[in-house]
Write a protein that binds this ligand. Structure first.
Ligand SMILES: [Zn+2]
Length: 162
């Protein structure tokens, strides 16, 4: 699918040094949460906006530990992930007046995983009519809000979640 919007992707893909290792392990140990669009972090999990969103507010809830599968997680890690999903539900409803939520995860490249080896749950707000004529007819999707704006709107709802 083509996208009409990705103004910051250029800076990301043209950075001086190529990204090394696991993206989510780097985010788990990073310190500049605003720069990295990390909404909340705890001992077991963190939440971060997706830099290549399918919709405004598209975020990911991620275990801190490098684990590929739910079956590798300890129960408290799974509970932390669900706390992040619950926070996303509330944030989408209250900050973005969404009409619904999509969530899911992809394990393995054949399932569509962009980052393999480190489990991450995608959570997306949805609105009535957000599948409009452009994706349906032209295979083009428009994301209307900047990442920084989404980050500022969602951030208060993630305080203390993990
Ligand atoms: Zn990792």
């Amino acid at each position: 699918m083509d996208r009409m919007w990705a103004p910051w992707r250029r800076a990301y893909v043209s950075g001086e040094a190529p990204e090394q290792g696991c993206l989510f392990c780097r985010l788990a140990s990073a310190t500049d949460d605003a720069e990295n669009l990390v909404l909340a972090r705890g001992r077991l999990a963190f939440a971060v906006l997706n830099r290549y969103p399918y919709t405004n507010g598209h975020l990911m809830v991620v275990p801190v530990r490098h684990a590929a599968l739910f079956s590798e997680l300890e129960p408290e890690e799974g509970a932390a992930l669900m706390a992040g999903v619950a926070a996303a539900e509330r944030a989408f409803a209250e900050a973005m007046s969404c009409g619904g939520v999509n969530g899911g995860w992809n394990v393995g490249r054949c399932a569509g995983a962009g980052v393999e080896g480190h489990l991450h749950l995608h959570v997306l707000p949805r609105w009535p009519g957000d599948v409009n004529f452009l994706p349906a007819v032209a295979d083009v999707k428009v994301v209307s809000e900047s990442l920084e704006s989404s980050y500022r709107r969602l951030l208060p709802f993630f305080e203390g979640v993990f």
